[in-house]
Design a protein around this ligand. Structure first.
Ligand code: SF4
Ligand code: SF4
Ligand code: SF4
Length: 271
């Protein structure tokens, strides 16, 4: 079980603990003013602070890796981080909420200048805060069924799903992301800190069922699938797998399955 589950999950996955979406937990770790300030600086931090940190890392890679990276990761763990979850867990989670708020995706605005609404506000109603913020005020409300359908479609398209804290353990967002996500770039491309934790699962490929088409390899943007030329089959590198499960949608052989991370000792602590 992950450290967040131990601390905030009451014996199960921490993001399935409904208390973490409640106003009660929000008030323990946050306030309207603090959240408003945090969100109003978001765009600037993605477009100014992140490139600045990347320039620093390039200038002093060793110092960044040994000193700055752990500090950044520790801070993000307390303030704002995400964890990947597969579509099945998203489905179960959404059943707890009658409506959701679909929000503009600020990462894609920052990375590719696109206006997309792939981000969902879940749990506590924060729309009075969103209304006051130019980057977030263009939201709409959707029913749980609409959200489920939309997110299933995104899953088939290859978007990974993740829950996000706004002062841990308060969870307020469910994101649907690809390579244009700033969190992905921050962590995987730029290696600036850990902001997006691996999921509670790991994928594996049923070797005899695999026909070596490599569709899964093209889909995985965590570099967790490799191709064995001699046997003409694909395999999952468990240490790299985020357990997002999006590779399954492109496998016509239904050869890919998710397994509980805890049941594989060598990756049970690899987040
Ligand atoms: S985490 Fe994903 S959905 Fe959320 S704002 Fe970033 S790219 Fe958009
Ligand atoms: S998509 Fe399925 S059949 Fe194709 S290489 Fe991947 S696991 Fe094998
Ligand atoms: S191999 Fe792992 S990280 Fe890659 S798409 Fe599949 S589940 Fe996600």
């Amino acid at each position: 079980m992950c450290e967040f589950c131990v601390k905030h999950g009451e014996g199960k996955k921490w993001y399935e603990n409904m208390k973490n979406y409640s106003e009660e937990v929000f008030r323990q770790v946050n306030s309207e003013d603090r959240l408003k300030t945090h969100l109003s600086h978001f765009y600037r931090s993605l477009t100014v602070d992140v490139p600045r940190a990347e320039a620093w890392r390039k200038r002093m890679p060793r110092i960044y890796r040994l000193l700055v990276y752990p500090i950044v990761t520790r801070r993000l763990k307390k303030s704002h981080f995400g964890q990947i979850l597969p579509i099945e867990d998203v489905g179960r989670l959404l059943e707890h909420f009658p409506t959701l708020v679909r929000l503009p995706c600020i990462c894609r605005k920052a990375t590719i200048g696109a206006e997309k609404r792939f981000c969902f506000g879940i749990g506590m109603d924060l729309t009075p805060i969103f209304r006051d913020l130019p980057d977030f005020r263009d939201f709409d409300r959707v029913s749980t069924e609409e959200a489920q359908m939309f997110i299933r479609h995104l899953d088939e398209e290859g978007q990974t799903h993740s829950v996000w804290t706004f002062n841990t353990p308060f969870i307020a967002a469910l994101c649907n992301c690809d390579r244009d996500c700033m969190a992905y770039r921050f962590q995987v491309t730029m290696r600036l800190g850990k902001i997006m934790w691996k999921g509670e699962y790991v994928a594996s490929i049923d070797y005899p069922a695999c026909n070596g088409c490599r569709e899964c390899l093209k889909r995985c943007y965590f570099g967790a699938i490799s191709y064995d030329r001699r046997n003409e089959k694909c395999t999952v590198l468990a240490e790299r797998c985020y357990g997002c499960g999006i590779c399954r949608a492109v496998c016509a052989q239904h050869a890919i399955h998710l397994t509980d991370r805890m049941s594989i000792p060598r990756v049970s602590r690899v987040w």
